[in-house]
Each structure stands twice: as C-alpha cells, then as structure tokens.
Write a protein that binds this ligand. Structure first.
Ligand SMILES: [Zn+2]
Length: 113
C-alpha cells in the first residue's frame, strides 16, 4: 500500500481538534440526512464517530480513526474502543441545530444520558 504523508502544519489550533472537525465535516458530507455526528473520544487518543439520523439512529457506519496515524492503536484493534475507555462523548450538531427537545431526545438515545 502506498504511504501518504500528511504534513500540513498550522499553529492556529491543536491538530487533534482540527482533525476531529475535518472528520465530522466529512461524515456529514457523506450523510446528507444526518442531524449531527456522535463523537466518542477514547483514553488512548483514538476516536469513534457515526452520523446520527433525525430519529436518533446511526446514519452511517461507525468510523474509528486516530490522529496523525495510518490506523487505530493496537488496543482499539483488540477491543474496538471499549465503552469503559471512553473519556468523552458528545454530538456535534449540524447547523441549523434541531430544537432543544429534539436534541435532548437524540442525545438520550445515542449517548444514553
Ligand atoms: Zn486506540
């Protein structure tokens, strides 16, 4: 497989946040009906993401990625990002955001809280 170098640099923002935002935008582009993207950050630095439909169901397959890496880490390959290693999870809403009640409903369904 061809090796691709990603060496774009900027001092504007931490690269991990920028990478995450780029992934979110890419997922939304691929799932035009989605209302947002569920983001799960794991303690190892890898992330799980999936587009969310207006009814709170997955609107894409779950994507796992790791910043500045060709693949996710060995631990994630092993446990697929076990729930116990989640450090943060949230939904990045697509603009315009749904109303508060809808957001709360979808959050409860997707994140269980
Ligand atoms: Zn990992």
């Amino acid at each position: 497989m061809a090796q691709k170098q990603h060496t774009r640099r900027s001092s504007a923002a931490p690269s991990s946040e920028r990478g995450e935002q780029a992934m979110i935008e890419g997922i939304l582009e691929g799932s035009p009906d989605a209302v947002g993207v569920a983001v799960v950050r794991l303690d190892c630095g890898c992330r799980k993401m999936a587009a969310i439909s207006p009814s709170g169901d997955p609107a894409s397959k779950i994507i796992m990625y790791r910043d500045n890496a060709q693949s996710i880490c060995d631990q994630c390959k092993d446990d697929h990002g076990d729930f116990r290693r989640v450090v943060k999870q949230f939904i990045s809403w697509k603009k315009p955001e749904p109303d508060q009640a809808t957001m709360a409903l979808i959050s409860a369904k997707v994140l269980g809280c």
